[in-house]
Design a protein around this ligand. Structure first.
Ligand SMILES: Cc1cc2nc3c(=O)[nH]c(=O)nc-3n(C[C@H](O)[C@H](O)[C@H](O)COP(=O)(O)OP(=O)(O)OC[C@H]3O[C@@H](n4cnc5c(N)ncnc54)[C@H](O)[C@@H]3O)c2cc1C
Length: 328
């Protein structure tokens, strides 16, 4: 039976949720405070030029291909992907290092600057392929309570996750030259972190770049969010722009409605909160109604959203979102 779904935020997370739910025939409404869709993956147009405000390149396009296929769409009808080779050029001290998704090319590049470390690269790729096999299914599962951590799949993955190790130490197990360690850890900057404080499990990020490749979307990454919003609307979903959600209303630990800035009350059967987690918890719920301890939340420095990228609240259910501090 069709349900009324309310989603806060028309970033890629909100749009992906809306694509799937409209495809299932639900009556989906996204409320977006900005005048454009995209969130941190939005487009800026100025003086005849277009700029991506957020990410500029795409990794693991298979995830998106599957999302579009779930909605009976062929992603190639919407966006054109160009594989990048080299992946990028890194200026590290005195060298310009340009790895590729072609393993032989990368090994030649490593041999050129770091002779003898080619075999270390093979070992890095082999070990991280195993780590990825354990991690991928975890990324696709909700971690809604402490008990979720004790699922068999999670426990089996634990030894491969190199918990307790920082990324830079993890890389030191493989690469002798510190420039090579930097070449496999610069991605932490995208998270606003340093390799000295990022968990070792993040070595799957450089692995994924080297293994799956990096892709440019012709016209920019914003073409992807545009395509997603087209599908939502083709399926009958509504995207309400310039509609800031001011408050989330609850009764008995259940979200019942949202109040927009203009005072309008919007009711629904299900609510998906896809605005920034800390902001949502501390600004959109009244102090006494937030489903997390706001004092504790304020003490956290950084939150990992691996396990709850889309914070989901079900009608007649209390908060299901879990989070983990990596700074303590
Ligand atoms: C410079 C930069 C580079 C990046 N590079 C990468 C990268 O290389 N790889 C990568 O994976 N990610 C990258 N990111 C992060 C990526 O952009 C985000 O992970 C992604 O946009 C998150 O999508 P989302 O839908 O969860 O949230 P968002 O994109 O943040 O969307 C949330 C939406 O909610 C809306 N909203 C918030 N509050 C309200 C409210 N009260 N009422 C209504 N609407 C509201 C916001 O306006 C926004 O549109 C980068 C980001 C930046 C800024």
């Amino acid at each position: 039976m069709s349900k009324k779904i309310v989603i806060i935020g028309a970033g890629p997370g909100g749009l992906a949720t809306a694509m799937q739910l409209t495809e299932q025939g639900h009556d989906v409404h996204i409320y977006e405070k900005a005048s454009e869709i995209g969130g941190r993956t939005a487009l800026l147009k100025q003086d005849g030029f277009s700029f991506d405000l957020g990410p500029t390149a795409l990794n693991m396009p298979n995830v998106l291909t599957a999302l579009f296929a779930d909605c009976n769409r062929n992603i190639q009808d919407y966006i054109k992907l160009v594989s990048l080779d080299p992946l990028y050029s890194l200026y590290i001290e005195d060298i310009i290092f340009s790895p590729s998704s072609n393993r032989d090319k990368t090994k030649n590049e490593i041999a050129r600057f770091f002779p003898g470390e080619e075999e270390h690269y093979d070992r890095f790729m082999h070990d991280n392929a195993k780590k990825m096999i354990y991690l991928l299914p975890l990324w696709q599962e909700p971690f809604t309570s402490l008990w979720s951590i004790f699922r068999m799949r999670t426990l089996r993955a634990l030894p491969s996750l190199t918990l307790g190790n920082h990324l830079i130490d993890e890389l030191a197990k493989y690469f002798e030259d510190k420039r090579l360690r930097l070449a496999f850890s610069f991605e932490t900057k995208f998270l606003g972190m340093s390799p000295w404080e990022t968990p070792g499990a993040f070595s799957v990020i450089p692995f994924a770049e080297h293994y799956f490749g990096i892709f440019h979307i012709v016209g920019g990454i914003n073409r992807l969010t545009q395509a997603m919003s087209e599908i939502v609307q083709e399926n009958g979903g509504k995207i309400h722009l310039n509609q800031q959600v001011q408050q989330i209303n609850t009764a008995s630990k259940t979200i019942t409605s949202i109040t927009l800035e203009n005072g309008e009350l919007v009711e629904g059967d299900y609510f998906f909160l896809n605005a920034d987690y800390a902001y949502t918890m501390s600004h959109l719920f009244s102090n006494t109604k937030a489903p997390v301890n706001l004092k504790k939340l304020n003490q956290k420095k950084i939150f990992l959203f691996w396990f709850c990228h889309v914070s989901r609240f079900r009608h007649n259910a209390s908060s299901k979102c879990s989070y983990r501090s990596i700074s303590e």
